[in-house]
Design a protein around this ligand. Structure first.
Ligand SMILES: Nc1ncnc2c1ncn2[C@@H]1O[C@H](COP(=O)(O)OP(=O)(O)OP(=O)(O)O)[C@@H](O)[C@H]1O
Ligand SMILES: [Mg+2]
Length: 510
């Protein structure tokens, strides 16, 4: 079969001088699922934005269905039959899910504006067809990151494109949801569509893709049939070394309870109990992992624990101190670090520099300022930031680069670096390695393990069950706002064991 898309010698240099694509040539065969993998900052998203008309290359040619094309903007791309799911979700925060789904297609396909009833009808149909449950009337800004991701995927699928680009669509989907998505993607392929699929989860690449292209440092390293490679080989090609996929769940030394939650409940604005009588404690030196399907109260729980939302009842303690109702800043002052699930919403100021983002929560602390808090000590801040950039391998030309000029995974690394370097006694980590490449994931996992061995209490929430299993020393399962199972010895626990609890089929007495 022929190529639906051929890229020839694409070069992209950003205004700040970063050369993100260096003579990239890739052929995408029609009616295949073609994966693109590579370390954070390898140039994957840049290349996709070029195909989708959002960035202009300085050099190179694009052929679509055998014809040379000039894709000036995303409207051009959509008209040609290209759809894209963005890594940094591009939804309008103040509009509802239904409005977002229809935005863009509506005037194109129907010529006139539709009434709300018709919009709901169309979107309901699509959400059923593709098996994605979304609350159509909710505002985007009220959704968790996992739900936003589903809306963005549904939006691309609804457009009926011939070539669909998915830039890390599964970074916060649970295994169950990923399965649903993959079924849809296979269906689309069976109907003659072509899919470009970017993911850091190599297991998924193995599962779904026909071909895989490895990118490194803006260049294509290789393109292979997926069945010629295994996960370890792909990882090796990506980062140039062996990656350890082993579990590291044995606590070294467990101390006193450090982070304690008692009888915590939360009644939502819609009068639904989103959290029901949650009780747990995390001891010094432990990582307590939460397994659960996204949307079972995890987002609200983390927001309450970090002061972003108020509980309806119940208490939170750090050691003996009751911190219930404390503001986010006061909770931070209790040495609680927070890696938020949605880095763009709660993690960074996107137009500020790396340095500014590193000190944002602690600029008032003594060591960052001199002259009794009147002036910030920028020389020290620069050094501190540059040390973190080196330690976390954050790819950037300078510590003064603005956040938005970094690749998705590198933005995540800034957040993790800031939080892990804040000298915490408790870490609340939600999706800590979302969008992070396998090499840096290993680094962050090792740092969380070191934190554990140094007596820090960590509360871990992750949609990635492999991550929960790999890092946790104990696991709780949350379903419909309730803790339905607790596993204190997790040596033999697998995703198969957790599955029925996560789906609410099984419940274990406390
Ligand atoms: N708007 C921009 N301005 C300047 N530099 C940019 C911009 N966008 C990306 N870059 C740089 O281009 C390089 C490639 O980034 P890109 O987002 O394409 O990487 P990626 O492979 O998608 O990484 P990730 O896995 O983290 O998403 C990085 O060095 C990044 O810092
Ligand atoms: Mg990217």
């Amino acid at each position: 079969m022929g190529n639906i898309l051929s890229l020839k010698n694409i070069v992209k240099i950003y205004p700040n001088g970063v050369m993100a694509n260096k003579e990239v040539s890739i052929d995408i065969e029609e009616n295949t699922i073609h994966a693109i993998v590579g370390e954070n900052g390898a140039g994957k998203t840049t290349l996709m934005k070029i195909i989708f008309g959002e960035e202009a290359p300085q050099k190179g040619e694009i052929y679509y269905k055998g014809k040379k094309v000039n894709i000036k903007n995303s409207l051009d791309a959509i008209k040609m039959g290209i759809g894209m799911v963005h890594q940094n979700l591009m939804l309008a925060p103040d509009l509802t899910v239904a409005e977002n789904l229809i935005l863009g297609i509506e005037p194109l396909r129907y010529g006139v504006f539709l009434d709300l009833k018709k919009i709901i009808e169309l979107t309901e149909e699509a959400s059923k067809k593709f098996g994605f449950k979304v609350s159509l009337n909710k505002k985007i800004s009220d959704l968790s990151i996992g739900k936003k991701q589903r809306v963005e995927i549904l939006k691309a699928l609804m457009r009926d494109a011939e070539l669909i680009i998915l830039d890390e669509p599964t970074s916060v989907l649970t295994p169950q949801e990923t399965e649903v998505l993959f079924k849809s993607l296979k269906d689309l392929k069976n109907h003659g569509k072509t899919i470009i699929f970017i993911s850091h989860k190599l297991k998924e690449v193995k599962l779904i893709a026909d071909k895989v292209t490895v990118m490194r440092d803006g260049k294509v390293i290789s393109t292979n049939d997926v069945n010629q490679l295994d996960e370890h080989m792909i990882a090796h090609m990506m980062v140039g070394r062996k990656i350890n996929f082993k579990r590291i769940h044995k606590a070294k030394k467990v101390g006193d309870p450090l982070f304690i939650v008692k009888n915590l409940s939360y009644l939502s604005e819609e009068n639904i109990f989103v959290l029901k009588n949650i009780n747990f404690e995390v001891r010094a030196g432990e990582i307590l992992g939460v397994a659960g399907v996204e949307g079972n109260g995890q987002t609200e729980l983390v927001e309450i624990l970090t002061g972003l939302r108020e509980a309806t009842s119940g208490q939170i303690f750090i050691g003996k101190e009751n911190i219930s109702g404390f503001s986010p800043r006061k909770i931070r002052e209790e040495m609680v670090a927070h890696i938020p699930e949605d880095r763009m919403k709660n993690g960074v100021a996107e137009h500020a520099t790396i340095e500014e983002n590193i000190i944002v929560d602690r600029y008032y602390q003594d060591y960052f300022s001199n002259n009794k808090n009147l002036f910030l000590d920028w020389k020290y801040i620069s050094k501190f930031s540059n040390d973190l950039i080196e330690k976390f391998k954050i790819l950037t030309p300078s510590s003064k680069a603005v956040i938005l000029s970094l690749s998705g995974g590198n933005i995540q690394k800034v957040v993790v670096a800031r939080e892990l370097s804040s000298n915490p006694q408790v870490i609340i980590a939600a999706q800590p390695t979302r969008g992070i490449d396998v090499g840096s994931e290993e680094l962050i996992h090792n740092l969380l393990k070191d934190a554990r061995d140094n007596g820090i209490a960590t509360f871990l929430v992750s949609a990635d069950l492999d991550e929960v299993l790999k890092l946790s020393t104990r696991i709780i399962v949350i379903y419909d706002g309730e803790i339905v199972a607790r596993f204190d010895d997790i040596k033999d626990i697998t995703s198969k064991v957790l599955g029925p609890y996560m789906l609410g089929v099984k419940k274990k007495g406390d």
